[in-house]
Design a protein. Sequence first.
Length: 425
Amino acid sequence: MRRGPGRHRLHDAWWTLILFAVIGVAVLVTAVSFTGSLRSTVPVTLTADRSGLVMDSGAKVMMRGVQVGRVAQIGRIERAQNGASLRLEIDPDQIRYIPANVEAQISATTAFGAKFVDLVMPQNPSRARLSAGAVLHSKNVSTEINTVFENVVDLLNMIDPLKLNAVLTAVADAVRGQGERIGQATTDLNEVLEALNARGDTIGGNWRSLKNFTDTYDAAAQDILTILNAASTTSATVVNHSTQLDALLLNAIGLSNAGTNLLGSSRDNLVGAADILAPTTSLLFKYNPEYTCFLQGAKWYLDNGGYAAWGGADGRTLQLDVALLFGNDPYVYPDNLPVVAAKGGPGGRPGCGPLPDATHNFPVRQLVTNTGWGTGLDIRPNPGIGHPCWANYFPVTRAVPEPPSIRQCIPGPAIGPNPAAGEQP
């Protein structure tokens, strides 16, 4: 068939070129559509301590299991040794669901899987939405098995196999045949942990109390530092006078040795003296309630005329009540041995009577005292001549002492009334 006049036909080479051009445009449009270069996105920056070994450009940005964007670029933070900066591209139609205070973390689908950015909804989401240019910080980056293996390999490379074998052999020898004891120890440990677990609230309260204790010391920290600073001055003084301190210690040692020599020879006597003092101290202890009221009564006496009676009122006068009295018979042994058989206060117990205020001594209470001078009279109730009426004690002062000269003027005791039947004159 022949071409008619005015009709033109393209050469076959042009058809081939057009076919390749159409194929190229289709591939380009497909690639651009796949990479998302033609769609508008909201740029957001995510910073992290590290991005991870399996984090690549194009990784997904997920929120609640839905993809809301992708990782466009991974870079390094300036002035940071290990920090990483990820440029995220968020879909504009998803930005309205993401609050401005959203949290982010880098996670992985599996232990060996690729990582992705997971946006986490905060507990109190903000009303404001995430905007372009916002900077987020990753809370954590999940641990990678690759990193764990690498650290384990580095650790194993640092261990000498021979030494490791020796250690394991020693451990095996130590635990061989000790299974029962190890089991019992494990059981005991379990009981201890159960007891501690039951007291968990108490332990928690103790820790809280310890916090209050530390807070108290924290408030007093400045005062403690001041005391320590003053102690440094004291220590410097001790160092500067170390020679005198040494001499003092040597003298103290010498004094202790001398005291040991002195008291060592008398230790039996000291023990005996302590034993002898036992009755006296027991008596003092028995009457100890009276000491206080006696001293208070003496104070009351001084405040109520006692100073005037003894010349202490003005420091130069003394009040005395002086009279001439007939003499009493002198002390005669054994007739006038004192009788001390008073029973004290009510019920026979030591008592203070009206003390410390002596004005309350009237009316006089009836007391059974049973005291006196044996068979003699305390005060002779009638006038008479005391016996003996002559006493010369000068002979005892001679070169050769002689006994004193004591004579009676008339026979018998002092004249007095006729005693009643059964009484002493």
